[in-house]
Design a protein around this ligand. Structure first.
Ligand SMILES: [Fe+2]
Length: 241
């Protein structure tokens, strides 16, 4: 091979390598390719039947009460994104969950252990310009409804422009109840299951044993696609418990 042919061969190899590199980039999820949408789950029967008087993103403190909720303090946060990876600002994120005794803010969703009157049970938050939301809550506990045991989970709903875009739940990675959980099993695709099961890790430096959990949400729907009206966005009546 003379030097001219050798150079031509080299540049062909280089372009092939570059082509292989760029096609690899396109196939890496989350780099350029579209994300998988966070799967929806049932809303369940225990969306609050009466919203609490305080609906902010700190579920530990109800108004200016001096008695905080009982439970393992958990910082739940994440980014709301579109399928193409763009952050969604002003997304209306709601969460609701059981207190440390396994009871919801719902007359039909209380265990015989009663309720923790210091726990807010529900919160809402508008994402900021980077699509981020944050809640301070407690680590949910398992509960039994009828014959069904539910693995610990937090219900999450996302709305925009008065339309509900996603109703889902976030579960705790490695929780022993996950394998038998009916809501998780109803999502057949294991890749989608993984999107709603996240680690609840010790918060670095916390002396109180606080946890931190990151639950990023990818919306598969836009307000134009949605036909369900938002709940929870209206002025709440005072809570009776
Ligand atoms: Fe639930």
């Amino acid at each position: 091979m003379n030097i001219e042919n050798w150079n031509a061969g080299l540049s062909r190899r280089r372009s092939l390598q570059l082509a292989a590199f760029s096609s690899a980039m396109w196939s890496v999820p989350g780099v350029f390719a579209e994300q998988l949408a966070t799967p929806s789950t049932t809303e369940g029967p225990f969306y609050p039947d009466q919203l609490p008087v305080d609906t902010d993103n700190d579920l530990l403190i109800l108004n200016d009460s001096l008695t905080p909720a009982v439970g393992q303090v958990t910082w739940l946060s994440g980014i709301v994104r579109t399928l193409s990876g763009q952050p969604v600002r002003n997304a209306f994120v709601e969460i609701w969950q059981v207190d440390n005794r396994g009871s919801y803010l719902h007359k039909g969703g209380r265990t015989d252990r009663g309720i923790d009157a210091g726990f807010q049970g529900y919160g809402r938050f508008l994402t900021d310009s980077s699509g981020k939301y944050t809640f301070r809550t407690i680590r949910p506990v398992r509960y039994q409804a009828g014959n069904t045991v539910r693995a610990p989970h937090i219900h999450v709903a996302v709305s925009q422009n008065g339309r509900r875009l996603l109703t889902t739940q976030v579960l705790i990675a490695d929780d022993p109840d996950n394998d038998a959980d009916g809501v998780l099993k109803a999502i057949r695709d294991p890749r989608l299951q993984e999107l709603i099961v996240v680690p609840f890790r010790p918060l670095p430096g916390s002396r109180l044993g606080e946890l931190t959990a990151q639950f990023d949400i990818t919306l598969g729907m836009t307000p134009a696609d949605a036909d369900a009206d938002v709940r929870g966005g209206i002025s709440p009546p005072a809570r009776r418990r």
